[in-house]
Design a protein around this ligand. Structure first.
Ligand code: DP6
Length: 326
């Protein structure tokens, strides 16, 4: 009977962003980054190792996938097979559990789940830091989805030292994340390309590296103190820094859509009126709002008043990678 592995990983949202690689092949970042793994968005992946001569197959929600997305997966699998000295034709099936409207489809849960399912199928003897390194090779942000709650990706200086570590997997802190979908059009610049452009062309890139490294240390302390205000302030500023940096690339680019700015302004307006909340954004036009549960309804109501057509999905802290050999 063929060997098989099954794994589930949750998406993570960076509170201090990874935005720039020193080494693209190994996915070594310029800075540490820090994130919250969330509960409601996750990927489940099954890997079956076959030796019956059947062709390899990659299915997403039951549909066979070919083209660039599948190529990225197969290149990644071949790399893992070489690294661990294992062989076999793989049958991969994966399902993304992301609410249709959230606009949160993410490579972080996808590559963490794939790394976990691969390790489980071959019964590799790997600890979580090694799983994090494996996930990192698929997509940088996936290195952090191995853990639940808050985790920090240590930039490191080579393949062995660049991996995420858990900071607090079951945080005793009230923190919610509201994903506000302002636009449905596909992202203009994929993250791999966006970060390459700022690394190669922005005269402000060294400043970003310096500020982000500081932000990581401050964020880790804020998490230790369970200081929601500091967490929110550092996260919002770091996201604004990243999006400002993009405008300084040559040529400059932005993920902002007109309605993005509207939501950012609403978040600041709410906070000035005593409803504490903060914004963060990734490589897309959607805004994620950090809020404590007592204020969640007020934030939703205000955004709904101004943007009734923007779907809002709410989530809290989630758990780390779970894997089993079948
Ligand atoms: C803005 O992990 O998608 O979400 O390593 O090229 O696959 P690759 O990049 P990816 O970049 C994520 C960028 C970000 C910030 C973050 O998650 O830290």
């Amino acid at each position: 009977h063929p060997r098989a592995g099954l794994a589930t990983a949750h998406t993570n949202i960076a509170l201090v962003k990874y935005w720039g690689k020193k080494d693209e092949k190994l996915r070594l970042p310029f800075t540490d980054s820090l994130s919250l793994t969330v509960n409601d968005f996750y990927t489940t992946t099954q890997v079956v190792v076959r030796d019956d001569g059947a062709p390899r197959r990659f299915r997403l929600s039951g549909q066979e996938v070919n083209g660039p997305a599948a190529e990225r997966v197969w290149k990644y699998i071949e790399r893992l097979q070489r690294r661990f000295g294992v062989s076999g034709t793989l049958d991969i099936s994966t399902a993304n559990h992301v609410p249709m409207s959230a606009g949160l489809a993410s490579s972080s849960s996808a590559f963490a789940a794939l790394a976990g399912a691969f390790a489980a199928a071959y019964e590799l003897n790997v600890d979580r830091e090694e799983l994090s390194r494996m996930a990192r090779l698929g997509s940088g942000s996936a290195s952090r989805s191995v853990y639940g709650g808050f985790s920090r990706w240590i930039a490191g200086h080579d393949d062995a030292t660049s991996r995420a570590v858990a900071l607090d997997e079951n945080p005793d802190l009230d923190i919610r994340l509201l994903a506000v979908q302002v636009d449905v059009s596909p992202k203009s610049v994929p993250s791999t390309q966006g970060m390459r452009r700022v690394v190669e062309t922005s005269p402000y890139f060294p400043v970003w590296v310096e500020q982000t490294s500081k932000a990581c240390d401050e964020m880790e302390k804020a998490i230790e103190r369970r200081d929601f205000t500091a967490i929110g302030e550092i996260a919002q500023q770091n996201a604004l820094d990243m999006h400002a940096l993009n405008l300084t690339a040559r040529p400059g680019f932005t993920y902002f859509q007109p309605q993005t700015l509207l939501v950012l302004q609403l978040v600041d307006e709410l906070r000035h009126n005593g409803v504490e909340c903060y914004s963060t954004m990734d490589a897309g036009s959607n805004v994620k709002v950090l809020v404590q549960s007592g204020n969640e309804a007020r934030v939703r109501a205000r955004i709904y008043e101004v943007l009734p057509q923007a779907p809002i999905t709410s989530t809290g802290a989630g758990s780390g990678l779970v894997m089993t050999t079948l």
